[in-house]
Design a protein around this ligand. Structure first.
Ligand SMILES: [Zn+2]
Ligand SMILES: [Zn+2]
Length: 151
């Protein structure tokens, strides 16, 4: 199972969990409201009003979890639709995890160490003279301290 498959499963389970929480909140909310409304016939008391208000708040929160559930399930299944049978090697194809080889211009994975087309080494690091941090050679300035990285 690759990272996308794992992430997809996690998202869908989060969604299902939110739906279960939604149902529990709705049931408890309605129960609390009915309980409060029933005892209203014996006269209005702080406890009755508290129960009705608390029940309403529970119902409102349940809508929030329903939304989260729909969102996670939707995102999870969207990943499934585009990357369902993807192999680990192809994980970055057509995604944001791409960069261009400086030598030949072909698209390579961010995690690739060597360009698959021309064999150019992709992970060149330069050491900043000021703060000694290792910075990607494509940068013009140190990303830690801002020092110019001219060679
Ligand atoms: Zn190349
Ligand atoms: Zn620096």
């Amino acid at each position: 199972m690759n990272k996308i498959e794992k992430g997809k499963k996690a998202l869908i389970w989060l969604g299902v969990g939110s739906f279960i929480l939604t149902i529990i909140l709705i049931v408890v909310g309605i129960f609390v409201i009915i309980n409060g409304a029933k005892s209203l016939s014996n006269g209005v008391s702080v406890r009755n009003i508290f129960e009705i208000v608390a029940g309403s708040i529970l119902l409102l929160i349940s809508f929030f979890f329903a939304y989260i559930g729909i969102y996670f399930c939707w995102v999870g299944s969207a990943i499934k639709a585009t990357n369902g049978s993807i192999k680990d090697d192809d994980l970055c194809k057509g995604t944001v995890n791409m960069k261009k080889c400086k030598n030949c211009g072909s698209e390579v994975c961010l995690s690739d160490k060597v360009c698959g087309q021309c064999g150019n080494k992709l992970e060149e690091k330069v050491v900043c003279e000021k703060c000694k941090s290792k910075i990607d050679s494509s940068k013009k300035h140190c990303t830690k301290c801002g020092e110019s990285l001219k060679k």
